[in-house]
Design a protein. Structure first.
Length: 459
């Protein structure tokens, strides 16, 4: 038995809007507040700024911790966000803080949240198990260290300085001093870092094995990008030159056409904007309005489109991206508009292209062959919106109920008559000549009565 009841209209009409409202409550949406061109059937877009939770509109860094709390560094304090409520850390409520500006937000290899202060780059703060923010005295006292935004580790250079203070060990400590002053580096974990010095040379440092090796990188220029993914360091140029290393040694990685095409396209338009995600497990690349993720699978580097046609990017000055893959969310930190959460909707909306909103309010529907949907307002095509067919006012069924008989024929009421169509809803085969007393509100198949009897299927 198949019975199509009126409560099912939410699946086609208001279901997506309800889900979005539940997820965001009264939080502002860019699409609602600034008329951004967002594909509302594909994404739920939420904006958070000084009007609804942030202390200030400049988000300089984002980090999603092991408990799924989002940390946002701003120019006027640090914020922890649980999806509904904000917890602010600043000088007024956290005695350890000397400045409300944080330049770095990263993690240790043990997933401790670590922060660097704009007031004093030497100062390192950490978040304890009780979510209190305190000065990390031990790390602050370390003279030579590396940590950066979304850093998957904190690198301590002290063991290297101790080892190479003995000239017989082969490395001049002046090189270490020069490397520690470099602004260009990638922390791989607590024990490994790769640094570019002022002479455009790349060095691999390991504080467990006391290794300081110059990497054989012959790529030069201003269009150089670096990322770390699944234990592999990649240095590449927008001209298509690629070098891969693992533990300071060259390794062979195949670059898939999806990646080379993406890099070539970006280089010919606005330039490539790559963002290293937390833990070295995420590389996000923006190409105009599209967001891609790089994945390393069995020695092959591939690119996958994860957020296509994200029009809000045209209106934002983004500082960083963070992809929460399990929850299909993209976090975007911006210079002047706070941060944005873009969520992929689990349902997509199929609707008629019409200014009359009543044409997209449905009381019942029936699935037809060819990936089509019969509604009281017309026939929707699930694969081609251009093939939607809207009924005229004189051809609309009553709209309360549809029934698919055992032979596939479609039964419906129109003008208080019962009409029977073929399974494709292309030809009307029968119309009950006797008018009904009222509109059909439900359909049932009654045992023992032949399905060909029109009078047996309405009530």
């Amino acid at each position: 038995m198949r019975c199509i009841a009126s409560f099912l209209f939410c699946l086609l009409g208001i279901g997506v809007e309800w889900a979005a409202a539940q997820a965001g409550g009264s939080d502002l949406s860019l699409a609602e507040t600034e008329n951004y061109d967002v594909r509302q059937d594909q994404y739920d877009v939420r904006q958070y700024n000084s009007e609804n939770g942030l202390p200030q509109n400049s988000a300089t860094g984002l980090l999603l911790d092991k408990n799924n709390f989002l940390w946002v560094a701003t120019q006027n304090g640090l914020v922890r966000f649980d999806g509904r409520r904000f917890k602010l850390y600043d000088k007024s409520n956290t005695p350890a803080i000397k400045s409300n500006r944080f330049s770095v937000i990263g993690e240790s290899s043990q997933r401790e949240v670590l922060l660097g202060s704009s007031f004093d780059p030497a100062e390192i703060y950490k978040v304890g198990p009780d979510y209190k923010l305190v000065l990390d005295t031990a790390r602050t006292r370390i003279a030579h260290k590396f940590i950066h935004i979304n850093s998957p580790g904190f690198f301590d250079c002290t063991p290297l300085f101790k080892y190479y203070s003995n000239a017989r060990n082969g490395v001049d400590t002046s090189l270490l001093h020069r490397l520690c002053l470099s602004p260009t580096f990638v922390v791989l974990n607590d024990n490994e870092v790769v640094v570019q010095d002022s002479r455009d040379e790349w060095y691999y440092l390991d504080n467990r094995s006391n290794t300081v090796n110059k990497l054989p990188v012959d790529i030069k220029g201003a269009d150089i990008h670096v990322f770390f993914l699944k234990g592999i360091l990649c240095i590449f140029s927008e001209r298509g030159e690629w070098r891969f290393f693992q533990q300071g040694r060259p390794v062979s990685i195949q670059v898939d056409k999806t990646v080379s095409d993406l890099v070539r396209l970006a280089a010919s338009t606005t330039g490539l904007k790559s963002i290293l995600g937390p833990g070295g497990e995420q590389v996000i690349i923006r190409q105009q309005d599209d967001i891609y993720e790089l994945v390393l699978d069995n020695g092959v580097l591939k690119a996958g489109l994860i957020f296509p046609d994200l029009k809000i990017l045209d209106k934002l000055i983004a500082t960083s991206f963070l992809y929460d893959k399990p929850n299909r969310r993209l976090f975007i930190a911006t210079v002047t508009t706070g941060f944005i959460i873009v969520t992929k909707r689990p349902f997509s909306t199929i609707a008629f292209d019409t200014s009359d909103r009543l044409n997209n309010s449905f009381k019942a529907f029936l699935l037809l062959p060819g990936k089509r949907i019969l509604t009281q307002n017309g026939v929707l095509n699930r694969t081609n919106a251009g093939n939607h067919r809207l009924f005229t006012s004189d051809t609309k069924p009553d709209g309360n109920c549809f029934y698919e008989a055992k032979d596939g024929s479609v039964w419906l009421s129109k003008d208080k008559h019962l009409h029977i169509y073929d399974r494709n809803f292309s030809t009307e085969g029968t119309m009950d000549s006797l008018p009904l007393d009222s509109y059909i509100s439900a359909s049932l198949k009654i045992a023992g009565i032949p399905s060909g009897s029109a009078r047996s299927l309405h009530c």
